[in-house]
Structure formats: structure tokens, C-alpha cells
Design a protein around this ligand. Structure first.
Ligand code: TXA
Ligand code: MG
Length: 334
């Protein structure tokens, strides 16, 4: 059941007429699944509380989980903030447009539904030419979570969006843009700048070392005291239907499950132990691995495997975001 209206847009040189159609849809309060350089987002006019409420309804997202607001440039971001710390100015200059989200005190004009009633707002300038063209044409801030059902795997293609949300969007008012795969493959890094020292809330494509090179030391992990952790740090998230295990003994485990009669999927750097196992072999480079990880999980889920065995990636910092997503995908349901 694919009810949503799909519009194809070239990812490198977006057709201005198509971009105008998307902007008009957003101005009218519609929802648009749009490509970013990380994953596809489900966007709405961020200052239109009713439009934003429809995002939560479509995703089945708890109202307690705030949304990232996407803007065309740092000046537009600063207008949505009650204050714009020097750390924000420095990080924006270095990483925007790009996969870094800054959490700062919110301006009063940002609706409660966007921030889940909190005193901060998450802001980012996406690096994808289509997302940027839409933001510039619409002249609006766009609230956009990943375009998946709540707790499901984020979409990196329009096909993933349609499989998850296709029948929850309205043909009359909403749109799905198809601009091919999102190049980054996992969600942006989220950093809280309203605390001292700044705190990494979600690892992503921008690494802690890259951030620390610009603003100095950054705290990591769940805070002992102070602000509640980002709701996106909730344990099970980004989860496939199949049971996922990250193993240092992946080959032995996959063979054991397969010999026991289970349908087994494999994500590893090398070929699986048995031809019975449905394999996705990913690169040894962390960024290239991240770009393909969600596609692999969607693929294995679609194939209906019972278990996914993932060969444990390296312990180094460049794999932090990948290890984070794998850990969430493997957390026990509930
Ligand atoms: O790459 C991305 O960030 C994608 C694309 C579409 O931009 N968006 C995305 O949105 O991943 P979402 O909603 O799936 O994840 C947003 C994360 C959640 O963990 C949420 O809890 C956190 O950002 N967040 C949003 N606003 C926040 C705030 N004011 N304070 C703390 N965390 C916040
Ligand atoms: Mg999400």
C-alpha cells in the first residue's frame, strides 16, 4: 500500500520547478520526506504546530522526543536560539552545512511540540543539495526527524520511506522526494552546547575528536546529573525486526544458529561461514561502512531472517557511531 505521492529530484542539480512544488507543499502545512546527507527526514514547517503534530502522528513518535530543526544557514539557526554561544558559532563555521546538530537554548517562537516542551532546541544545516534548495526556496525552518516509524531503522532511500510510512502519508497534502540514497547513511552527531563542558548526546559522522579540535573537551555518555539525556539515547532504537547480535566470534555464532535451523543474516568484513547464511559484506572503512549499514539491515529484514549476526567492528573512535547504532539495534525489545 503506497499511498504517498512521490516526486523524483536529481540529487546534484535539483530542478527548480520541483523544488518550488515541495516548498509550496511545506508552506501549506504538508509533510515532505526529503533526502539529507545523513538519512531521509520527514519534514514540516517548524513554526506550524499543527503540521509538526502530524509528524508525530505519522511516525507514532512519543511526544516526549524532541525534533531537530533544519535551517538554511547559521544566521537562520541563531534566530531560533535564545542565545548563540561562541561554541555554536565556531562549530557552525567548521561543520555546516553538514551532519552536526547543535542543542542550544530555544527562542520563544519555537513551538513546544518541536522541543517536547523543553528549554532547548536542536538545530542543523543539512549538507544535501536537495534539502538546502528546499530550505532556501521555502524560507522556513523545517522540523524533521528521520522518516521512519518510531524505533524502526532510519531510511536511507525513498523506498525505505515508502515501506515504513507510505500508507501513513496523505496523497493530497504530503510528498516523498526520491533523490537516490543518502550518502552518509547514519544520523547526525548531536551535541548539547547549553552545558559546561558541552556534551555529546548522540555520536554520528562528525567524531568527538573533530569537535574537540574546534571547541576543546567534550563530555560523553549519559550524564550523572544535570539535564536528562537525549530521548534518542533511549535503549532500543534503530531496531530491525530480526534479533541482532554483535559478536567477536561471529563466524562460530552464525554457524551455530544456522545449524540449529534458524534463518541467519550476516553483516561482516569477510564471507560468512556457510552458504546458508544471507550475507552482506561491508567495507573496513568506518565512513563507508556507515553509509551502507542501514541499507544492509533493511535488506536482511526484508528477506525475513530470524537472526542477524554482526562481526564486531573495531574499538577505535572512528567506529563510535557505528558501534552505537549496532548496540541500539541489538538491545532487547521492550
Ligand atoms: O541526521 C539526522 O539528524 C536526521 C536528519 C533527518 O537530519 N534526523 C534525525 O532526527 O535523526 P531524529 O528525530 O530521528 O533524531 C533526533 C535526535 C533524537 O535523539 C532527539 O532526542 C534529539 O535529536 N534531540 C532533538 N532535540 C533535542 C533537544 N532539544 N535536546 C536534546 N536532544 C534533542
Ligand atoms: Mg530517528
Amino acid at each position: 500500500m503506497r499511498r504517498a505521492r512521490v516526486i523524483a529530484i536529481d540529487p546534484t542539480s535539483p530542478d527548480p520547478a520541483a523544488v518550488r512544488e515541495v516548498a509550496a507543499c511545506l508552506r501549506a502545512g504538508g509533510l515532505v520526506a526529503l533526502p539529507t546527507e545523513t538519512v531521509y527526514g520527514l519534514a514540516a514547517h517548524a513554526l506550524d504546530a499543527q503540521a509538526v503534530a502530524r509528524i508525530f502522528a505519522a511516525k507514532g513518535r512519543p511526544a516526549t522526543n524532541p525534533l531537530i530543526v533544519h535551517v538554511a544557514d547559521a544566521a537562520a539557526a541563531a534566530r531560533l536560539a535564545a542565545s548563540w554561544p561562541e561554541t555554536a558559532a565556531l562549530l557552525a563555521r567548521r561543520f555546516w552545512p553538514g551532519p552536526l546538530t547543535l542543542v542550544v537554548p530555544r527562542a520563544p517562537m519555537v513551538p513546544d511540540v518541536v522541543t517536547a516542551g523543553g528549554s532547548t532546541v536542536a538545530l542543523r544545516v543539512p549538507g544535501h543539495p536537495v534539502a538546502l534548495a528546499v530550505l532556501r526556496e521555502a524560507g522556513l525552518p523545517l522540523a524533521a526527524p528521520s522518516a521512519n516509524l518510531s524505533s524502526a531503522i532510519s531510511p536511507t532511500t525513498a523506498q525505505h520511506v515508502l515501506a515504513g510510512l507510505g500508507d501513513r502519508l496523505d496523497r493530497e497534502t504530503d510528498l516523498v522526494i526520491d533523490a537516490g540514497p543518502s550518502p552518509g547513511g547514519i544520523e547526525s552527531t548531536v551535541i548539547h552546547l547549553g552545558v559546561d563542558p558541552p556534551r555529546l548526546l548522540r555520536p554520528g559522522l562528525v567524531t568527538p575528536a573533530e569537535i574537540e579540535a574546534v571547541i576543546g573537551p567534550v563530555a560523553r555518555g549519559a550524564p550523572i546529573e544535570g539535564p536528562a539525556p537525549s530521548p534518542g539515547m533511549m535503549e532500543r532504537h534503530y531496531a530491525p525486526r530480526a534479533r541482532l547480535e554483535v559478536r567477536t566470534d561471529a563466524a562460530a555464532r552464525a554457524k551455530e544458529l544456522s545449524d540449529g535451523g534458524a534463518r541467519v543474516g550476516w553483516i561482516g568484513f569477510d564471507a560468512p561461514p556457510s552458504s546458508e547464511v544471507l550475507a552482506v559484506i561491508l567495507p573496513r572503512d568506518a565512513a563507508a561502512y556507515a553509509a551502507r549499514l542501514y541499507g544492509a539491515l533493511h535488506h536482511l529484514d526484508d528477506a525475513g531472517v530470524d537472526h542477524v549476526v554482526v562481526a564486531a567492528p573495531p574499538d577505535s573512535d572512528e567506529w563510535l557511531a557505528v558501534r552505537d547504532r549496532l548496540q541500539r539495534a541489538s538491545a532487547a525489545p521492550g
